[in-house]
Design a protein around this ligand. Structure first.
Ligand code: PRT
Ligand code: ZN
Length: 286
């Protein structure tokens, strides 16, 4: 059977660039023409549906698309029957309650009876209910940040990343109620054939993510310090060690994690490593 995976992606917006880059790094090519809503992959059994992000959970739940890339915030707000297949780690942001910056924040209970403007009424309602606070939710679809200054609401609940939008609108972040990142969502009853395709795609995505998290390192080490240096760069199984023309020295190759990158480099230099080269990895298959 010739299965094809239909993938919903935001057409243009904050998720698009990273979504398209990830697809490309997974080795999947497609032509994305202006105004085009559908695109066929040329080298993978996939078809892309280019949509507004708000429509993606519904399309996936209804089976119009099999999988989709969307912010977890939109997935939670829409409350559709979809499952997270994988976390993608980009478009990170948080949904927060903000109040005028010269007001004192008296905790969640201080929101009792307040009028809060938001585009995320469901997530906000859930948070208020869990905290047993009764507040009025005023749903608006955009420019939420100006609501307090025009007298529409006393507080807002909106997405924040750097915080500069809140700042320029005279607001301050009072409470984070939801943390979000882009997620790959899937239909809950994918066919066996499409599940195989999704697994292939997930394998590629994980290889791309592992490669981004790790670096390839090459260095020269004095033989006398070999054991000490080996412990610092254990690599995927163990480091490769090659003889150099100088019998006192060896060349070592390994993989190091981006998170402890600088600590490892410093420790290597202290241990006597020289000529350290660090290069990006394109794909990493574990
Ligand atoms: O047209 P379409 O409906 O597809 O797109 P959209 O305009 O609804 O969404 P878009 O492209 O703006 O955002 C898509 C997703 O990106 C969101 O659902 C989030 O998951 C994620 N994301 C990450 C953000 C932000 N960061 C973000 N900062 N979405 C919106 N913002 C806005 C926020 O609403 C506020 O206005 O940026 C402003 C705050 O940013 P800072 O940096 O000033 O704090
Ligand atoms: Zn949207």
């Amino acid at each position: 059977m010739n299965d094809i995976l239909r993938i919903a992606v935001q057409k243009s917006g904050r998720l698009s660039e990273d979504s398209f880059a990830l697809i490309k790094e997974c080795g999947i090519d497609f032509q994305n023409g202006i105004g085009q809503l559908k695109a066929q992959a040329t080298n993978f059994p996939a078809e892309f549906l280019l949509l507004r992000d708000d429509d993606i959970p519904g399309y996936v739940a209804d089976g119009v698309a099999d999988i989709g890339i969307v912010g977890e915030n939109v997935m939670a707000e829409k409350g559709k029957n979809v499952a997270i297949a994988h976390r993608l780690g980009f478009s990170k942001c948080r949904l927060s309650i903000a109040i005028p910056k010269n007001e004192e924040y008296k905790g969640v209970k201080g929101l009792e009876g307040k009028n809060i403007a938001t585009s995320y009424p469901k997530i906000l309602q859930k948070f208020l209910k869990e905290n047993r606070v009764a507040a009025d939710i005023h749903e608006i679809s955009g420019s939420v940040e100006i609501a307090p200054s025009i007298g529409l609401a006393e507080a807002i609940c909106d997405l924040v990343s750097s915080g500069s939008t809140l700042f320029t609108n005279g607001l301050k972040e009072a409470e984070v109620i939801f943390k979000s990142e882009a997620v790959l969502i899937k239909q809950t009853n994918l066919s066996a054939g499409k599940t195989i395709l999704l697994d292939k795609l997930l394998f590629r995505i994980k290889s791309v993510q592992n490669a981004r998290k790790n670096k390839y390192i090459l260095l020269n080490a004095p033989k006398s310090k070999l054991e000490e240096i080996k412990k610092l760069i254990p690599g995927m199984r163990s480091p490769s060690i090659m003889e150099l023309a100088d019998p006192e020295w060896v060349s070592m190759h390994s993989v190091i994690n981006e998170n402890d990158f600088w600590d490892v480099i410093e420790a290597l230099r202290e241990a006597g490593a020289e000529g350290i080269l660090v290069v990006p990895i394109e794909k990493m298959i574990l």
